[in-house]
Design a protein. Sequence first.
Length: 195
Amino acid sequence: MTRGRPRTFDPERMLEQAMQMFWRHGYEATSLQDLLTATGLSKSSLYQTYPSKRALFAAALRHYCAQRRRELRERLQAAVSPREFLRGWLCCALEEECAGEAPRGCMLVNVASEFSQADAEIAALLRSGVEGLRQVLVEALRRAQDCGELDAAADVQVLAGYLQCVMNGLRTQRKAGASVEALRATIEVALGCLR
């Protein structure tokens, strides 16, 4: 049996480029040609790696979830305090505007809106992604309890879910045109609930 030509592209870079395309446009609005243009691959090279657009999309979503969880954990490790970590994380909802990009929101929220629960595999990936982020927030809240920034009796699981809802709302409001100033005020109100 003869082997095909070896890969001449970086699969991780290709996945990142595909993820960015899906994140920007969504699954349905991203065409195969968009993906080929974004990754610089031929159709045959793309299909040698992923058998379908949907398979590439699922891999891109897993990549997004792993990347966001890793970045969030790194921010937590580098933060001067758990509370400042949480403030910085919530302020991430405003960063795209500061970078001059149209707000894209969170890929998890965008995918949940596009797919809902219609696709079991995608729904499972969404649940896993949300849970992964929640675990980092729970860790931050426990650290806040340990250093006296949060009441020891606070339910960190409930608060982590609350913060995820706040973040999703911030991103949605920003996409809808809410001002940065109004959203900063919302962030301070949310942080005020953590006592």
